[in-house]
Design a protein around this ligand. Structure first.
Ligand code: BES
Ligand code: MN
Ligand code: ZN
Length: 493
C-alpha cells in the first residue's frame, strides 16, 4: 500500500473514502462538521444507536455528493479519556478490515487527528499496514478477484509538520516490513521454511542491509561441540544450522544486545511424538527465529544506534532411526550433560547451545524468544507472552516496551526451587521435568543454567505467535510477535 502525507482539510479532500475517528462520549469538531455537511445523518446514527463510537465498532456510509469523499467510514475510538496509541492502532486496523469488506482500495484518513500529534501518524500507519496483511501465496484460484489495498493518504491540518509526520510514517513502514517478514516466515509451511530457507533469508537480509552473516553447518556445529543442537536435528533430512547476523549501528566497540530465536522449522515431537490433532500448527515453532530475523531487518532499516547480534539455532524435530531418543545423554556446548527424558522438549536444547555460544559476544543484554511450552498457553492464554529473566531491570524494561506497543508480557518467577524438577540421576540436568507442573518455569530455569552472568530475559511466545481469531490489527494466523516489542525496547535504550 502506498502511503502519502499531505496537508489538507478532510472536508475538502476528494477520495473513495474518508476515515474519521469517533468517541463514544464526546463529539469533536471534525465529527460535528461532517454531520453538518451530511444534513445531520451522523447525529441520527448515534441517536438511533446504529453507531455507538465504542472501540472496535465501524460504520460505512455513502456521502451522496455532500462531501468530496465518496464514502465516510466512522471508526469507534471508545472513551475520550482512554485514547492511547494502542487504541489508535486498533481503530486503524478495524478501519482497513471494514474497507476490505467493502472492497475500497484507496482512502484518506483523519484518524490520527484524535490522538497525540507526535505519535498518532505512526500508530495509524502501523495499525493500517498490519491490519491489511494477508497471506495468500498458496491460493491459486480466483486470483483476479483478489482484493489488494492501493493507497492511504494521511491528512494533516495546515499547521501540522508534514516532514516530521512523513519521517514517522516512513519509520512505521520499515517496522511493519519487519513484522511482515516474521509473519510470512511463520505462515509458510514447514516444507518451504526449512533450516536452509532460514539461512538463505538471513543471507539475503545481510546483503540488503549490510549486515555481517555467518551460517554454521552441521559439521562445524559438531566440531564446536554444539551437541544439543545437533542432537535435536539428527532425525531430520534437513540438517541443523546456526545462523548469526550482526548489525553495527553504534560503532565497532559497543557491547551488543544479543537476540536468540528458536528455529524449529517443524516440531513433530520426535520419538516422543505429538498427537496428530493440531500437529500442523507446529510449523510455527520457528516464530522466535522469525522475530529475530524481522527485528534485525527492522533495526537495520531504521538505522537504530545500537549494536545487535541475532542468533538463530535451527533444526527440524523428527522421529527416525537416527533420531535422538529418550535416555540419551548429550554433552552441551557449555560442557553440562543433559539426559533426554522427552524428545519433545527440544526447544530448550537448541537454545541452550545458542545461549552459551552467544556469550562470546559479551552481550550488554541477551533476550531469547521461543514458542517453548504448551504450559505457557495454559497459564496466559493468547493475550500475553511469558517473561522470565535473571535481571529485573531488563525484565521491567521489556515489560514496559510491551505495554507501549501492545505486545504484552507477564513475568513468571525463576526461583531456585524450581530446579529440583530438572535434576537427573545420571547427568547434570534432564531436559524435561517428570511432571507438567510449572512447565514454562522449569523450561526457563533450564535455560538459565546456560547464560552464566549475562543479563538475560526469556520470552515464551507459544501462545502469542499464532492467533486462531482475527484481532483489530492482526488477521487470523501468524502475528509476527516480538518484532515491535524488541524495536520498542531497543529504541528506549
Ligand atoms: N513447540 C512446543 C511448545 C508449543 C506448544 C508451542 C503449543 C506452541 C503451541 C515445544 O517444543 C514442546 O513440545 N513443549 C513440550 C514440553 C514438554 C515435553 C516438557 C510441551 O509444552 O508439552
Ligand atoms: Mn516440542
Ligand atoms: Zn517445539
Amino acid at each position: 500500500m502506498k502511503i502519502d502525507v499531505i496537508s489538507a482539510n478532510p472536508l475538502k479532500h476528494a477520495s473513495p473514502a474518508l476515515v474519521i475517528g469517533c468517541f463514544e462520549d464526546a463529539k469533536d469538531d471534525l465529527f460535528t462538521a461532517c454531520d453538518a455537511a451530511l444534513d445531520g445523518c451522523l447525529g441520527r446514527l448515534t441517536a438511533g444507536r446504529e453507531f455507538s463510537g465504542k472501540a472496535n465498532s465501524t460504520r460505512l456510509i455513502h456521502t451522496l455528493g455532500k462531501l468530496p469523499a465518496e464514502r465516510l467510514l466512522l471508526v469507534g475510538l471508545g472513551k475520550k479519556a482512554e485514547l492511547d496509541d494502542e487504541r489508535l492502532r486498533q481503530a486503524a486496523g478495524n478501519a482497513v478490515q471494514a474497507l476490505r469488506a467493502a472492497r475500497v482500495a484507496s482512502f484518506a484518513t483523519a484518524l490520527h487527528l484524535a490522538g497525540r500529534l507526535e505519535t498518532a501518524p505512526e500508530a495509524v500507519t502501523v495499525g493500517t499496514l498490519l491490519g491489511s496483511y494477508a497471506f495468500e501465496q498458496y491460493k491459486t484460484k480466483d486470483k483476479d478477484e483478489r482484493f489488494g489495498f492501493e493507497a492511504m493518504t494521511l491528512l494533516l491540518p495546515k499547521g501540522g509538520n508534514r516532514k516530521e509526520a512523513g519521517v514517522r510514517v516512513g519509520a512505521a513502514v520499515t517496522l511493519c516490513r519487519g513484522v511482515g517478514l516474521a509473519r510470512d516466515l511463520v505462515s509458510h509451511p514447514g516444507n518451504v521454511v526449512t533450516t536452509g530457507y532460514l539461512a538463505d533469508t538471513a543471507r539475503e537480509l545481510a546483503g540488503r542491509h549490510g549486515l555481517g552473516c555467518r551460517v554454521y553447518e552441521q559439521d562445524e556445529l559438531e566440531e564446536l561441540g554444539m551437541n544439543a543442537l545437533v542432537g535435536v536435528g539428527k532425525g531430520a533430512a534437513e540438517p541443523p544450522r546456526l545462523i548469526v547476523l550482526e548489525y553495527k549501528g553504534a560503532g565497532a566497540k559497543g557491547r551488543p544486545v544479543v537476540l536468540v530465536g528458536k528455529g524449529i522449522t517443524f516440531d513433530s515431537g520426535g520419538i516422543s511424538i505429538k498427537p496428530g490433532a493440531g500437529m500442523e500448527e507446529m510449523k510455527t515453532d520457528m516464530a522466535g527465529a522469525a522475530a529475530v530475523l524481522g527485528t534485525m531487518a527492522a533495526a537495520a532499516g531504521l538505522k537504530l544506534a545500537v549494536n545487535l547480534v541475532g542468533i538463530v539455532p535451527t533444526a527440524e524435530n523428527m522421529p527416525d532411526g537416527k533420531a535422538y531418543k529418550p535416555g540419551d545423554v548429550l554433552t552441551s556446548l557449555s560442557g553440562q550433560t543433559i539426559e533426554i527424558t522427552n524428545t519433545d522438549a527440544e526447544g530448550r536444547l537448541i537454545l541452550c547451545d545458542a545461549l552459551h555460544f552467544a556469550q562470546k559476544y559479551r552481550p550488554a543484554a541477551m533476550i531469547d524468544l521461543a514458542t517453548l511450552t504448551g504450559a505457557c498457553v495454559v497459564a496466559l492464554g493468547h493475550e500475553a507472552s511469558g517473561l522470565m529473566g535473571n535481571d529485573q531491570r531488563l525484565v521491567d524494561a521489556l515489560k514496559r516496551a510491551g505495554e507501549e506497543c501492545g505486545e504484552r508480557l507477564w513475568q513468571l518467577p525463576l526461583w531456585d526451587e524450581y530446579g529440583e524438577a530438572m535434576k537427573s540421576d545420571i547427568a547434570d540436568l534432564r531436559n524435561a521435568a517428570g511432571s507438567r507442573d510449572g512447565g514454562s518455569i522449569t523450561a526457563g530455569w533450564f535455560l538459565k543454567q546456560f547464560v552464566g552472568k549475562t543479563r538475560w530475559a526469556h520470552l515464551d511466545i507459544a501462545g502469542t505467535a499464532w492467533s486462531d481469531k482475527a484481532r483489530p490489527y492482526c488477521p487470523k494466523g501468524a502475528t509476527g510477535v516480538g518484532v515491535r516489542l524488541l524495536i520498542e525496547y531497543l529504541r528506549g535504550r
